[in-house]
Ligand binder design. Structure first.
Ligand SMILES: Cc1cc2nc3c(=O)[nH]c(=O)nc-3n(C[C@H](O)[C@H](O)[C@H](O)COP(=O)(O)OP(=O)(O)OC[C@H]3O[C@@H](n4cnc5c(N)ncnc54)[C@H](O)[C@@H]3O)c2cc1C
Length: 375
């Protein structure tokens, strides 16, 4: 392991903390009203584009940039966790796939609007069972003269109701590929918004493609030695790892500040040994999770094979630590934490997605074991 954050990187991350605070102050994309939510999403993307956040880490394979990109996602998630996921699905997943595997004309047409903050993207990977580990993809494309026809369903797609660009993963001639679709396309239906237990600011919906016509230039097929589904899951895991780090930090900071300022029994509660111990355990988890996460993305960028196993290890550790730290924060915060809208209760609810999304913690454990056994 050999990485460091330069002075310029640290200045950039400080700037990102201010951007995250500004995004949070703008508020969550509004409930119920698609045009208003679209306008808020556009304003959020504008702020992130102006901060040079959106193209971060897309120019492979500089290892140092991988760590900075993760740290920047973590910083945004600390201040504005839902906005971080919205932006990540657009650029860190869809944009990253286009950057990695598309030719110059495709990059110009599809990637430039995403990284310049002019368009919001969504990535549809998971299907009805939502789990690409067990079941083959049922979204399938067939060649039809000059075009390609795509049919299938995706169940849970972040940004779907607001997106300008969709990346849909399906099979063509039995090989997985990424199909790019503009927001409004005949045969493409976006389902009703799905409400979730956390991330009230996210707009999530199912997608249905019924014989959607797609130009050949809008199909991205990675090289034969790339496992598309595995690679996308690995990148999605990095996003969820950064999300977990941000949630943990938000919960820890809130609990620490409260413990110093809230008094009972004529002293600040941090003076009670048990509260101090809790904070020290929370901080230890935050720091350990961060070290493992940075090591995982650095290794993935320098030695992808070794990086896979670390990616799963970091996913499991960070996702479980996030729930633990947020839960302990709620204990320290008492009634203040339990109040709807507190940062710690929002982090506690949001942490669950980091465990079930991407490679779930259960599946990741199986994969870590398989890798250790050399399968
Ligand atoms: C809020 C939210 C947003 C999402 N956004 C997107 C998105 O934008 N794009 C997208 O493509 N997907 C998205 N997803 C889907 C997500 O990435 C996962 O695929 C999905 O959450 C898995 O849920 P499931 O109910 O299908 O799990 P299931 O596969 O039904 O699993 C249920 C349980 O069984 C366990 N399990 C299943 N298979 C195995 C196995 N082989 N070994 C061990 N344990 C196993 C799981 O770990 C889990 O505990 C989103 C999900 C959520 C909740």
């Amino acid at each position: 392991m050999n990485f460091d954050l330069t002075t310029a990187d640290q200045t950039f991350l400080e700037k990102m903390a201010a951007v995250a605070a500004a995004v949070a102050a703008d508020g969550q994309p509004a409930a119920g009203d698609v045009p208003e939510a679209r306008a808020q999403a556009a304003a959020m993307l504008g702020r992130l584009a102006a901060a040079d956040y959106l193209p971060l880490g897309l120019d492979e394979p500089a290892a140092e940039r991988a760590v900075v990109a993760l740290a920047a996602m973590e910083t945004l998630a600390t201040g504005a966790s839902s906005a971080m996921l919205m932006a990540a699905m657009s650029t860190r997943l869809l944009g990253r796939a286009i950057a990695a595997w598309a030719g110059p004309p495709q990059r110009e047409q599809w990637l430039s609007p995403l990284i310049e903050g002019r368009a919001l993207g969504a990535l549809g990977l998971s299907e009805a069972s939502l789990n690409v580990e067990n079941d083959p993809l049922e979204t399938v494309a067939r060649r039809d003269g000059d075009t390609i026809r795509l049919s299938g369903k995706k169940s849970f797609v972040i940004n779907a109701p607001l997106a300008d660009v969709f990346g849909v993963v399906g099979l063509i001639e039995d090989r997985p590929a990424l199909f790019l679709l503009p927001g409004a396309e005949e045969g493409l239906r976006v389902g009703p918004r799905i409400r979730t237990m956390g991330h009230e600011g996210l707009w999530i919906a199912g997608l249905e493609m019924d014989d959607v016509s797609i130009a050949h230039e809008a199909v991205i097929e990675p090289p034969a030695d790339i496992d598309l589904l595995d690679q996308l899951r690995c990148w999605e895991n990095e996003v969820l790892i950064a999300q977990a780090l941000g949630l943990m930090k938000a919960a820890y900071d809130t609990a620490r500040d409260y413990a110093k300022s809230h008094r009972t029994g004529n002293k600040p509660i941090i003076a009670y040994q048990e509260v101090g111990f809790k904070l020290s355990e929370m901080l230890t988890l935050c720091q350990t999770a961060q070290l493992l996460a940075y090591r995982a993305v650095w290794t993935a960028a320098t030695d992808p094979r070794a990086g896979r196993s670390l990616n799963w290890c970091a996913k499991v550790f960070c996702a479980e630590a996030a729930e633990k730290v947020a839960g302990e924060a709620l204990r320290i915060l008492g009634q203040e934490g339990y109040r709807a809208g507190s940062r710690a209760e929002a982090a506690y609810r949001a942490a669950k997605l980091t465990q079930i999304g991407g490679t779930s913690t259960e599946i990741a454990r199986v994969k870590i074991g398989d890798a250790a056994l050399g399968y």
